[in-house]
Design a protein around this ligand. Structure first.
Ligand code: F6R
Length: 255
């Protein structure tokens, strides 16, 4: 595991975007796993500044709410369209999001895993982490080998995401999420973490026991993980966490 600690959230975007741009330059039809939420937004913004042709890149979103009307601005289909597909010039036909409006969401979830496999698997999976240690919407208690499936969102997650909705009751109660086993099959995991409110859970995920109580702890078992954290989020990491820790100064990342 390599860990980059940078001064600010915007610098996490610069570092992670540099990694992604290098991947796409060497493999123009790379398969990217796309996280939503706040953490990856600086990544997509910084990646848009790179002169790298993204038209052949394929993308799979991590998750989607179940039951939002098609075109809802906070559905992850819409967020991915706005923040990733349009911003980066991806071909919409090459970008998939789990179908949260499917008549049979369980079948849609199974179909999604099959589609990832048909694409040859994910080259780089971008991830954020929730305050309860979730990655994608794998809430505490999720099996470490779980597949893409329908999940019930915890109240903690619904509260965290209420900021995107007119009222907290509007946050859906269910989602389709890539499973932890699905995520672990990606060849490279790129975790982006910002803010002091994530310091405790980041330390638990990277240094604590590997357990479904903290789903992100499964990352410790993956052979190729890159963590890009700002100083506030990295504040509780013990020295020596990860095989390589690089502290990047402000000037090196344009801050
Ligand atoms: C988003 C996702 C979630 C978020 C996590 C952190 O697709 O799967 O796991 O990455 O909830 O969200 P932010 O970045 O908004 O703190």
């Amino acid at each position: 595991m390599e860990i980059f600690v940078v001064p600010t959230a915007s610098a996490t975007g610069s570092v992670a975007a540099g990694i992604l741009a290098a991947v796409v330059r060497s493999k123009p039809d790379a398969v990217l796993g796309l996280a939503t939420g706040g953490s990856p937004l600086p990544v997509y913004r910084a990646l848009a500044e790179h002169s790298v042709e993204m038209g052949a890149v394929r993308g799979f979103a991590l998750d989607e709410y179940v039951g939002l009307p098609a075109g809802h601005p906070e559905s992850y289909a819409e967020v991915v369209r706005r923040e990733v597909t349009v911003r980066l010039g991806l071909d919409p036909a090459k970008v998939a999001v789990p179908d949260g409006g499917a008549p049979d969401p369980r079948q849609a979830a199974a179909n999604y895993d099959a589609a990832i496999a048909r694409a040859g698997g994910i080259d780089v999976q971008i991830l954020g982490i929730g305050h309860n240690g979730h990655i994608a919407f794998n809430e505490p208690g999720s099996a470490l080998d779980s597949r893409t499936r329908v999940e019930v969102l915890t109240e903690r997650t619904r509260q965290a995401n209420a900021r995107y909705f007119a009222s907290p009751e509007d946050v859906p109660t269910q989602c389709i999420t890539q499973g932890l086993g699905t995520i672990m099959e990606a060849r490279h995991l790129l975790l982006v973490v910002n803010g002091a409110d994530k310091a405790e859970i980041l330390a638990a995920a990277l240094q604590g026991p590997v357990s479904s109580d903290c789903p992100a702890s499964v990352l410790q078992r993956h052979a190729h993980v890159t963590v890009v954290a700002d100083e506030a989020a990295a504040a509780k990491l013990a020295p020596g966490t990860g095989e390589v820790t690089v502290r990047v100064a402000g000037a090196a990342v344009g801050v």
